[in-house]
Ligand binder design. Structure first.
Ligand code: CO
Length: 134
């Protein structure tokens, strides 16, 4: 059902330092920062030949990644995102298998303007898992 790896998201407490690491030390192509107030994050996309890395920095008081950074002060892998062709069909299949979809279970528009859902880490090998319709 799942297709390509769309991105790996890494939470950072300091986006500028993260950009310096990826653009400077690692020599990758990094986008301009983009604010996503609905998701409580500021994000840059690291463009790799075969996938993307997203660096997420919390914004606002209730950012969903603030707690993650409290537990992982030096940052860390926050989630992985796989592509699916039909997000509603994928969601319904996973729910039928007993997997938990986070939030109200309805797809939201994600960082790339496409519908996404998030799946409970406990059902997916301890990893917060995003599905994005391509
Ligand atoms: Co993501």
């Amino acid at each position: 059902m799942i297709g390509r790896l769309n991105h790996v998201a890494i939470a950072v407490s300091d986006l500028k330092a993260g950009i310096a690491t990826y653009a400077g030390v690692l020599g990758a192509k990094v986008s301009e920062p983009q604010e996503e107030p609905d998701h409580g994050v500021r994000v840059v996309f690291v463009e790799l030949p075969n996938t993307k890395i997203e660096l997420l920095e919390p914004i606002g008081e209730n950012s969903p990644i603030a707690k993650f950074l409290e537990k992982n002060p030096s940052g860390g892998i926050h989630h992985v995102c796989y592509e699916v062709e039909d997000i509603l069909a994928a969601r319904d299949k996973l729910k039928a298998e007993g997997a938990r979809v986070l939030g109200d279970g309805e797809p939201k528009i994600g960082a790339h303007g496409k519908p996404v859902i998030f799946l409970h880490p406990k059902d997916f090998c301890g990893t917060l898992t995003e599905l994005e319709q391509i």
